[in-house]
Ligand binder design. Sequence first.
Ligand code: SF4
Length: 360
Amino acid sequence: MTAQPEHISAHWTLEALQQLHDQPLMELLFRAASVHRQHHDPNEVQVSSLLSIKTGGCPEDCGYCPQAARYHTDIEENALMTVEQVRTAAERAKGLGSSRLCMGAAWRNVRDDDEFDQVLDLVRTVNGLDMEVCATLGMLTPNQAERLAAAGLYAYNHNLDSSEEYYREVISTRGYEDRLETIGNARKAGLTVCSGGIIGMGETVDDRLKMLLTLASLDPVPESIPINALVAVEGTPLEDQQPVDIFEMVRMIAVTRIVIPTTTVRLSAGRKDMSPEGQALCFFAGAGSIFAGDKLLTTPNPEAFADMELFGALGLKPTRAYAKGERPEPGVDPGRPGDKQRIKWSRPGHRIERNEAKRK
Ligand code: SF4
């Protein structure tokens, strides 16, 4: 493995990324595949599972998300899962080849309460199964990040979704700077960072590339970058968006691969609508991970046997757990903070008309 360049963002400008993105596809693919094999085994793909440990009822207004309480979608809400429920789900995922479990809770931010203590138990449980444990729980204070790290969390997911400008078009209940702050808090606590975005929300290619520039400017860069294709869910403000063209997805993966060579690019939501050939192109362009399981939080995903058939046809092997980092040993919980450590997250206000209309 080659060491990561010190300041990746110094190599890239928006113009350079535009040129990269817009070149003939075969040139882009060749370059991306060459970079990929310098830093990763091109025949290995990590299989991860995404488990919604608390579904629905979220106070946020992310325009793509069926879990926002204000939209009228028919997802099944559930309270925070118990240790036994999560252990069963994790063992099942591991049995189907997953080496990483990402637990998602539909919260705006983590609260210092009994539910968070329960999440820490969930993290300890999955860590004990020798799986990489990732969580996506919303905004996080430094103390909460430290507690998660002490429980044995390996990675924290907090997506930037899009460029800072387009983020405001899709979400109005929190700011981009809140996202970056949480990512910084996770990083300071020693967690690895998983942060990426969604394409197909109506953004421009420049918005996608600007998001990549922001990710590349983080020092260190995220170890993991999920690239999602929007799954337009009825009842959300983005329900009428057209499906993402496979070649747009391939280009986005390839550019991500070239700009941030060391990261694991995750082929995430939207895979159910991709053909096996389309997915193979994504792997060739540098995708090094998929999410397995018939659901991605609340949206449909290919079934495990279809994935294993595809792996067999392409000669791919699932990556073992902790292939790119040490398994964190659970340590001493620093405990809940005192009152004076409470953080106030921004509330930019509801400025998106379509969200307001949906709410009414
Ligand atoms: S994406 Fe997360 S924060 Fe946004 S509405 Fe959905 S659950 Fe809430």
